[in-house]
Structures are given as structure tokens and as C-alpha cells.
Ligand binder design. Structure first.
Ligand code: N5H
Length: 258
């Protein structure tokens, strides 16, 4: 399956380790020949990312920029730094979310104000800020893709506060798509099925969730990071030039099952 993105430059935000969905996306984009720029929350992630990128074909020593999305200044500086180094970018992948552990177990009704604001800040507002800063350096036909999960549409057990954050994120995708259409920028989300990542580490009965998909999803199997990566690559590419404000489910079709 070959997509040629050799004339494209994309910013990928949110690679934590080799299991990250963002890393699956990076691999898919690298295979298509794209130039990649990575942002990391802090230096803590630098060493592991450098080790990972060494295995890529086209991006062995990519530009890596620190960007803690909870700080406006950080997001502004990150995109300024990128602007200084490249002619322009063709898209951004936003693969960032956070909820305190206690807010993704137990009862949603117990969520604290601080926990709520923190999760919405990192998981939803950050996309708005990133979209605003990245639009300054986006080439014609730019594309922004974020990641969401079914729990943003339905009350999925234990997703709790993250579900509320993902609802806000998906709504943001629509309003950003509406706003940025006039700048030729598309904004979409991929709703990925459950995958074992650092996020899912915090989840007690993840195996039960995975086997539920194997039993009930139309494709009778789970999906992996590369499949998400390939769909994100499509949305970033000019093949998706008519698609914006969309939430594309890459979940073996699980979301259609009643
Ligand atoms: C129904 C489920 C299972 C329950 C929900 C899990 C949701 C996880 C998402 C958030 C992003 C996880 C999170 O923030 C964990 C943190 O409290 C602790 N981890 C960290 O601080 C690490 C070190 C850093 C790197 O992580 C972050 N986020 O900064 C949903 C599952 C079936 C699917 C799933 C796992 C969805 C999802 O959104 O990830």
C-alpha cells in the first residue's frame, strides 16, 4: 500500500514510546517518504525517541522540539522554532491526552474540578492552541489530525472524564474545521479501537476490552498502530482533500454494532 508523501512535512506530537499510536503514525508517514518533526512534552522522552527514529528509513535524525501543551508559551515557541527551520509544514498530528488515574476509574460523578480542568486543558484545548499556532506555517492544503476514542460518543465503562474530554475534542474538530476551511486547512479525527499503549497501561481489565472487540466487531479482530497510522496518513494527504470535520473510526467497525 503505497502513498507518496515525499514532498510533505508533518509535525507529530505525542510519541511516548514504541507502543504509542503516534509512533505507528510516524512509521506510516516515514514509509510514505514524508519529512517528520517531533514534539515531546519534556527531555524525559528525548532519548527513547532518538532511539526509535534511528530505525526509520527517511527520518533517522529528525528535528525534535520540546512542547508542553499546557503552556501557551511553549506551543508558541515550538511552532516559532519549527518555522525558523523549515519552509512550511503540511500537517500536524495531535496525539496527546491526559486524565488523572483516579478520574478514569471509579465513578465519573466523583471527578474533581481540578482534575476536570486539567484533562480538558491537555486533551481538548491543546488542539485549539496547536491549530492556531500551526496555521501560521501551514502550506496550502494543510491538514490537522487528532486521536479520539468511542468513549467520546458513548458512556463507555471507566473512560469517564476522558470521554468528556474526547467529546470536547471531537466538537473542537468540527469548529476548527469550520474556522480553518477558509485558510485551506482541514481538521479531522481518527477514533481508534483499543490498543495496548502507555495510556492503556493504567487500565485494569484491558484484555477483557480487547476480547470483546474480537467477539463483536465486524472484522472480529483488534486493530494496530500501523492501521491507525495508515488512515492518518490518508487524512493528512491530498487524497483526503475533500474531507474535513470528520471522525473516522479505525476500530474494526465496532462502533456500528448495537
Ligand atoms: C475504556 C477505556 C479504559 C479506561 C480509560 C483509559 C484512558 C486513558 C487515556 C489517558 C490519556 C491516560 C492517562 O492520562 C494516564 C495518566 O493518568 C498516567 N500516565 C502518565 O502520566 C504517562 C506517564 C504519560 C506519558 O501519559 C500521559 N497521558 O501524559 C479506554 C480504552 C479501551 C482505550 C484507551 C486506552 C483510550 C485512550 O484514550 O487512550
Amino acid at each position: 500500500m503505497s502513498l507518496n508523501l515525499s514532498d510533505k512535512t508533518y509535525v507529530i506530537m505525542g510519541v511516548a514510546n514504541k507502543h504509542s499510536i503516534a509512533w505507528g503514525i510516524a512509521q506510516a508517514l516515514d514509509q510514505a517518504g514524508a519529512t517528520l518533526i517531533f514534539t515531546i512534552m519534556s527531555d524525559r522522552f528525548k532519548k527513547s525517541l532518538t532511539k526509535l527514529t534511528a530505525e526509520l528509513e527517511h527520518n533517522k535524525e529528525p528535528m525534535i522540539v520540546n512542547c508542553d501543551v499546557s503552556e501557551d508559551q511553549d506551543v508558541e515557541n515550538a511552532f516559532k522554532e519549527i518555522k525558523g527551520k523549515v519552509d512550511g509544514i503540511d500537517g500536524v498530528v495531535h496525539a496527546i491526552a491526559f486524565a488523572n488515574k483516579e478520574d478514569i476509574e471509579g465513578r465519573y460523578v466523583d471527578t474533581s474540578r481540578d482534575g476536570f480542568l486539567h484533562s480538558l486543558n491537555i486533551s481538548a484545548y491543546s488542539l485549539t492552541k496547536v491549530a492556531n499556532e500551526s496555521k501560521e506555517l501551514m502550506n496550502e492544503g494543510g491538514s490537522i489530525v487528532t486521536l479520539t476514542y468511542l468513549g467520546g460518543e458513548r458512556a463507555v465503562p471507566n473512560y469517564n472524564l476522558m470521554g468528556v474530554s474526547k467529546s470536547a475534542l471531537e466538537s473542537s474538530v468540527r469548529y476548527l474545521a469550520q474556522d480553518l476551511g477558509q485558510d485551506g486547512i482541514r481538521v479531522n479525527a481518527v477514533s481508534a479501537g483499543p490498543i495496548r499503549t502507555l495510556s492503556s497501561k493504567a487500565v485494569g481489565d484491558f484484555s477483557t476490552i480487547l476480547s470483546e472487540i474480537e467477539k463483536r466487531a465486524p472484522l472480529k479482530r483488534n486493530i494496530d498502530q500501523i492501521e491507525v497510522g495508515n488512515s492518518v496518513a490518508f487524512l493528512l494527504s491530498d487524497l483526503a482533500s475533500g474531507v474535513t470535520g470528520e471522525v473516522l473510526h479505525v476500530d474494526s467497525g465496532y462502533h456500528i454494532v448495537g
